[in-house]
Design a binder for this molecule. Sequence first.
Ligand code: AHM
Ligand code: MG
Length: 291
Amino acid sequence: MADAPDAIDAVVDAIASTAPEIRSGLAGRRAYDDGANPSGDRQLEADVYADRLLEERLLGIDSIAGYASEERDSVVAPDAAGGAADGDRHYVAVDPLDGSSNLKSNNTMGTLFGVYDEPLPAGGSALVASGFVLYGPITTMALAREGTVTKSVIDEGTRRVVDPDLTLPEEPTVYGFGGRVPRWRANFSAYVSEVESELKLRYGGAMIGDVNQVLTYGGIFGYPGLRERPEGKLRLCFEGHPIAHIVETAGGASSNGEQSLLSLTPDRLHERTPLFVGNESYVDRLEAALG
Ligand code: AHM
Ligand code: MG
């Protein structure tokens, strides 16, 4: 993966400086907007607000040649073709408010992003950095780049690193799996029976929050393929690639049930995938159970 410090710094700074605005704008935007996103989910006013802010900030960066969002049909290019040379062009994929249905119950949600050095949709190997902002009791950012994950607290738009080398704990403690249990397939249910006798359930309905628990305590998070929907719910480009990059860089593993999510290239921007991330031992056992 190519190193691109300037583009990455600019994206990370833009997202960190936008985070307090997104956060403070949530309270007044809990109603549904009129539209639906390309995956068919109803959009909240907060989804649209966060998407527009991020589009404006990220496309304002010279080296960003494309903005893709879970809330938009296709990749948006900057108005004027940027001055960046071919090798300096980068593309950002964003889930502006992952877990936004939690706004109703006032639970955790976040902003997820991946920076690629190829036009989108691209393979996971084109990711040069990825991260998430978590709007919990405090605002934090996990950032994977150059082989290291750092954790920062965001205060008034600036980042203060609180963990320079975030790694998954070796003794896993927690798990969380999405989808209604009767819709799970038999081999997955059998695997979960084993996991639930070993780990504690932590499921909050926002992937970012649930994966952050796994990063903090060790364990596994997943949203499996379901009986009527074998492709699962979550999207490879906006959720799968960035979260897999973060967890793998932190020493864990990712899978679609067969192989690392980072080895996959979506045919379509909004393509879905079964998604599993966590400690390697649990991801290996999952692949064996589903295989
Ligand atoms: P979103 O990006 O539209 O919020 O949808 C993704 C969210 C994930 O954060 C979470 O893991 C999942 O949907 C929860 O789905 P469910 O409500 O089916 O448990
Ligand atoms: Mg999401």
